[in-house]
Design a protein around this ligand. Structure first.
Ligand code: MN
Length: 704
């Protein structure tokens, strides 16, 4: 219990007695739960949560966070449930532990840079309470400190994850000290040789540098004393990995990187910062363009300081940061620094509100640097999440807008996956495809080769990508199916001309496409399938082209057929329609279209078959003469036939055919003529003339 007591003593500095009591309870609870468990180092397991809580206590986090830190592994590693924690330590603590446990279950799997960024965002979005992330970072820091106890290959994996994921998160949250230690520890496991060599060189260099540093520091102190300014002056060292990165990225030698001396001057208030600046610039000449006032214009993560670089006494540049004690705390502790100033009786809601306000103020702060704009964007995404991040089973992460469903995810992975998805497993559980995804979900799309997008998906997908792919697919399928039907119909039509689709040359198709203003051959076939075009018409035109006959109808053609052109037209012999008669077109397989009068009895039932009957109308003026049949009943007298024939000729008509049935001895004779007329008006004139003949008793047009 010695370690705990020592720890508690430190915590007592800023926590209330009752909070201390609860922490002790939590410690004992956690210790009991982890009984019999040991770290890879051989230490009892409880040493780990205790160390994590300790790291957070250094940041002066509130007692809820410390309690959660003590309990952070019990849900993962022991049989303790969230409900149990909630009962014993309250819901907020249980939520924190649950949040950390959720992060625990997620492992970073790929090497891709972009994926690392997504992963960081996902973690931050998952850790909705920033304290969850702080606990996680402290957890990672202690694990890194004790990483040597793990097998080498595991060391590398954990170190790489720390370097790519957790160190950048610490940096982003402004936790400078944590960030630097995480990077240096990772570096020492990922590149042990370089790390050792560099560390040794740095130690040696520090020996040489110490003299320079102390001389400069003394000169500065003396000058500040003269000006009556109270200040603490530190020599500042870069952390190991940042030296390595600078050498690596800028191809600089170790000596060159180290040739810059850094100092930090800490004072009691803001006016003193500027006084120090003036004194310093009086002592050493500033290097133009290097001065930055992050007090007047703080960095987006809240960082404040004056930065200047001056020419030092040993022909080396000297970088100096000037800040107040308060700014220094913020610079070191970042987002956690907010807890440093918390009032002792702050409730959770106050804390959350404060954190929110703090983050909000960061968002509102405007500063010019590209880095800070980037920071703002990250902050927006991370802490006001309107994105969700979900995994494939292989660990690839896809960022999606909030509200995205499994179908959106499927299309984000690949169009084919989307088009063929039939089911989804989310975190190994079979779920409906419309399920909304949550951060950190592991999504396994189940596909089937025969599957097709369902139009109903359009009701719930929210990404444009999914929507447009589903629409595109449905459209394509529809026109493809129509085109298939159209091709079958066309083939039938061609068959009656003893041809088939295979015999039609592309050139003829192209010409037809152009002539009738269609988009493509497929378009024409789809139109046939949809009943917008007549297969027989298309067949005729294609064949006409094939024969080079150019059978196009010019103006003056007797019939206009709505919705098509160039059809082979015959006038039915039964009803013998003439212009002016109401007519319909009847498709006869292999014979084009036959024109009948509307009341032709031959059509009969076929009238109701929309695949065979088409609306047609007469062209406005036809030059042709049409056959028409009439029947007359006359008095059976010599010379009547001649009279009738004369009248017909007089009316500018021809007699094509005549059949007289003058039964001998009968009083009446029946005559049937087939005449040629221009139209109904013409026929009416003829019939009027014939009726004037006294012997004509009855006169009718016949339609059968
Ligand atoms: Mn842990």
């Amino acid at each position: 219990m010695a370690e705990a007591e020592a720890l508690f003593k430190e915590w007592a500095g800023y926590l209330k007695p009752e909070e201390m009591t609860r922490l002790e309870t939590a410690y004992n609870f956690s210790k009991a739960a982890h009984t019999g468990q040991f770290r890879d180092s051989g230490d009892p397991y409880i040493s780990h949560p205790l160390a994590v809580a300790n790291i957070l206590a250094e940041l002066h986090l509130d007692s809820q966070a410390l309690t959660a830190a003590l309990l952070h592994d019990v849900m993962e590693d022991t049989s303790v449930t969230k409900a149990e924690i909630s009962n014993k330590f309250g819901k907020p603590v249980a939520e924190l532990v649950d949040g950390v446990s959720k992060l625990e279950r997620i492992e970073f799997a790929t090497n891709e840079q972009a994926q690392a960024e997504n992963f960081r965002k996902m973690l931050l979005a998952m850790a909705r309470d920033v304290r969850v992330m702080l606990i996680k970072l402290a957890d990672r820091l202690h694990n890194m400190r004790t990483l040597a106890a793990l097998p080498p290959e595991k060391q590398k994996r954990v170190a790489r994850e720390t370097m790519e994921i957790y160190a950048p998160i610490a940096n982003r949250l402004g936790l400078n000290a944590v960030y630097q230690e995480l990077e240096d520890l990772s570096f020492s496991f990922l590149n042990p040789m370089r790390s050792r060599v560099l560390s040794k060189a740095l130690k040696a260099a520090r020996g040489n540098r110490r003299e320079v540093v102390s001389k400069v520091a003394d000169a500065i102190k003396k000058r500040l004393q003269q000006d009556g300014i109270d200040a603490v002056v530190h020599g500042r060292e870069k952390h190991l990995h940042s030296i390595y990165r600078k050498m690596d990225e800028k191809h600089l030698s170790f000596a060159k990187v180290l040739d810059v001396f850094g100092f930090r001057i800490i004072v009691k208030d803001v006016p003193s910062c500027y006084l120090v600046l003036g004194a310093l610039h009086g002592l050493y000449k500033p290097i133009p363009g290097k001065f930055k006032d992050y007090i007047a214009i703080p960095k987006a993560n809240g960082y404040q300081s004056l930065h200047t670089t001056v020419f030092g006494p040993f022909s080396s540049p000297i970088e100096v940061q000037i800040r107040t004690q308060e700014m220094h705390k913020i610079a070191e502790a970042g987002v956690a620094s907010h807890w440093l100033y918390k009032s002792s009786d702050a409730t959770l809601n106050d804390l959350q509100k404060k954190t929110h306000q703090w983050l909000q103020s960061l968002l509102e702060m405007q500063s010019g640097g590209g880095d800070s704009i980037e920071f703002l964007e990250h902050l927006k995404f991370d802490l006001y999440p309107d994105e969700v991040y979900a995994f494939t089973p292989k660990g690839k992460i896809f960022p999606l807008p909030r509200g995205a469903t499994a179908v959106d995810f499927a299309y984000a992975v690949h169009t084919d996956i989307g088009n063929r998805c039939v089911a989804v497993k989310i975190n190994d559980e079979l779920m409906p495809l419309r399920t909304e995804l949550r951060n950190g979900d592991r999504v396994e799309i189940v596909t089937a080769s025969h599957a097709k997008p369902n139009p109903l998906w359009l009701n719930y997908v929210i990404t444009g990508r999914a929507r447009s792919h589903i629409r595109h697919f449905l459209r394509t399928v529809q026109s493809q199916e129509s085109a298939q039907l159209g091709e079958r119909l066309l083939n039938q039509a061609l068959g009656s001309f003893k041809s088939n689709v295979g015999e039609i040359k592309d050139a003829h198709w192209d010409k037809l496409v152009k002539d009738i203003g269609a988009k493509s051959k497929l378009d024409i076939l789809a139109d046939i399938g949809l009943g917008k075009r007549l297969s027989v018409v298309v067949a005729r035109r294609l064949l006409a082209r094939a024969e080079g006959a150019g059978e196009e109808r010019k103006s003056g053609a007797p019939v206009v057929i709505r919705g098509s052109e160039g059809i082979a037209v015959q006038f039915a012999q039964c009803c013998k329609p003439i212009p002016g008669d109401p007519i319909i077109g009847l498709i006869n397989k292999g014979q084009g279209m036959a024109i009948h009068t509307h009341d032709c009895p031959v059509i009969g039932k076929m009238r109701a078959d929309p695949d065979k009957v088409f609306d047609v109308e007469w062209a406005p003026d036809t030059k042709k003469l049409f056959d028409v049949s009439i029947r007359l009943v006359t008095v059976n007298e010599r010379g009547v036939l001649a009279k009738v024939a004369a009248e017909i000729a007089e009316a500018n008509s021809n007699i094509d055919n005549v059949a007289v049935d003058p039964a001998e001895g009968d009083r009446y004779a029946t005559m049937q003529f087939t005449l040629q007329v221009a139209n109904r008006v013409h026929l009416a004139q003829i019939m009027r003339a014939l009726r004037r003949i006294p012997q004509v008793i009855r006169l009718t047009r016949i339609k059968t």
